[in-house]
Ligand binder design. Structure first.
Ligand code: TRP
Length: 460
């Protein structure tokens, strides 16, 4: 067993290292920016009434997400191994209970579960690339597009095909490893995605009054529309969108050069992720209102609204194809981080090659994904608490497992990990260090607990 070795943490990981701190920022941003920003953020904002929900989400990003991101990077870089072995090693060093390694295990499980449905949604985007190119959306009405969407989700065969393709794409990159695979994929895709989002916001502005209606919906808080469940969803999404709570950022941190600043890189990642989500909202809601569509349409929201806009604008085929292609890329760079903790562990503890480890991980994910595929058609009335398999999986992972994982990471880094080591890792001005540590020790854990408690009704 290579991974369980004791002693001082190494300066580099056996899996390699990012070639510079910029590549780390790009890779972590690639992980953070994905379907969560462009697909999920708009639809859950629509379902939860807009502005007040967005405000809670933003508060969670700053008070919970940012400090925990810094903690995850720090632990990863200090341990330099897969999250499971990093947690084991750091717990040993701190003379803490060995059960801390189960935090790594929960992360691996969460990664599999999330990727299993993430891949199905990314499959929708893949299918939409083809539809866009074929001109299916040209001059399509909202009803036409809804039809196209339900024909896709209603077909197990189509969904299965695209889901399988996306899993293969993900495994192909992961198998190539840190430099050869992950790095190459993110270098130019992120800037391109950003540019096309700006084009879409530009288009949304041409809708005039609807643009203002969209902006109002997004930014004017109306607390009467916010429910207790909505607060939990906002917090869960802060973890989801920043890729926190399951070891993805930890494992990326383990490939980070020792001299890079954790504070500066975290700020860049969190900032970019938030801007992309808000831009997506600003592009989508004006189109929703201009076409008399419902903001609460659910998971199909962007797939039912954006094609209407593309169908009307000049160069629509070009922009639609490009947009969905970039959405696929955004999902791709996120997907690889969902499975990297498991793959790194298989390589460390089972002596597998990256290729073998990727194949196994891909196979398991693909199988679990079948549940999501069928939850949109054959098994759509198989529900528990009114939720389909997909809804349950999404709820369990984003709203329970990730915040719980994040809470434990905050407690471990803030209370168990030696202060002297975190001072050295952060290497920043004393006031910044103290603010971070205060947030991490008290505010983030308390906030997660309070949101959990209010969601189960203890506090009303
Ligand atoms: N953050 C990504 C998104 O918003 C999804 C993602 C990638 C993720 N890695 C993760 C979510 C790890 C939770 C944990 O689309």
């Amino acid at each position: 067993m290579v991974g369980g070795s004791m002693g001082a943490a190494k300066q580099t990981s056996i899996h390699g290292q990012w070639s510079s701190k910029w590549v780390f920022v790009l890779a972590a941003t690639g992980s953070a920016v994905g379907l969560g920003n462009i697909w999920k953020f708009p639809y859950i904002t629509g379902e939860n009434g807009g502005g007040a929900f967005v405000l809670v989400y933003l508060l969670c990003i700053v008070a919970i997400g940012l400090p925990i991101m810094m903690a995850e990077i720090m632990l990863g870089r200090h341990g330099r191994q897969s999250p499971i072995n990093t947690m084991r090693l750091l717990a040993e060093k701190a003379k803490a209970h060995p059960a801390w390694q189960y935090l790594g295990w929960m992360g691996v499980l969460a990664g599999f579960l999330i990727l299993s449905y993430y891949s199905v949604i990314a499959g929708w985007a893949l299918s939409y690339v083809m539809k866009s190119i074929s001109g299916a959306f040209v001059a399509a009405s909202a009803a036409d597009v809804e039809d196209i969407f339900s024909q896709l989700t209603g077909s197990p065969v189509k969904l299965l095909f695209w889901h399988s393709l996306f899993i293969l794409m993900t495994m192909a990159v992961v198998a190539r490893g840190v430099r050869g695979g992950l790095e190459k994929a993110v270098r130019f895709l992120m800037p391109a995605l950003f540019a096309i989002l700006l084009v879409l916001v530009g288009y949304a502005m041409t809708t005039g009054e609807y643009f203002f209606q969209g902006i109002t919906f997004l930014f004017a808080p109306d607390f009467s529309r916010l429910t207790g469940a909505g607060v939990l969803i906002a917090m869960g999404h802060a973890f989801f969108t920043l890729s926190l709570g399951m070891g993805a950022i930890m494992v990326y941190g383990s490939y980070m050069p020792q001299n890079a600043s954790i504070t500066a890189t975290s700020l860049a990642i969190v900032g970019a992720d938030t801007v992309v989500a808000l831009l997506a909202g600003m592009a989508i809601f004006p189109i929703v209102f201009a076409n008399g569509l419902a903001p609460g349409a659910g998971p199909g929201l962007i797939f039912q609204t954006l094609p209407v806009a593309f169908g009307q604008m000049p160069g629509g085929i070009f922009f639609a194809s490009l947009f969905f292609l970039l959405l696929v890329f955004a999902a791709w760079t996120s997907a690889i981080s969902l499975i990297e903790p498991a793959v790194a562990w298989l390589v460390e503890n089972h002596g597998m090659s990256r290729l073998r480890a990727s194949v196994w991980a891909g196979l398991v994910t693909w199988l679990v994904g079948l549940g999501t595929v069928f939850s949109f058609n054959l098994a759509s009335d198989w529900t528990l608490f009114g939720k389909t398999f997909f809804d349950l999986l999404d709820f369990l992972t984003a709203n329970i497992m990730l915040p719980l994982g994040g809470l434990l990471i905050a407690v471990f880094c803030g209370w168990v990990f030696f202060a002297g080591e975190s001072v050295a890792e952060l290497a920043t001005r004393p006031w910044l260090y103290s603010s971070w540590r205060f947030l991490l020790r008290y505010i983030s854990p308390a906030a997660v607990v309070v949101v959990f408690l209010q969601a189960i009704g203890v506090l009303g």
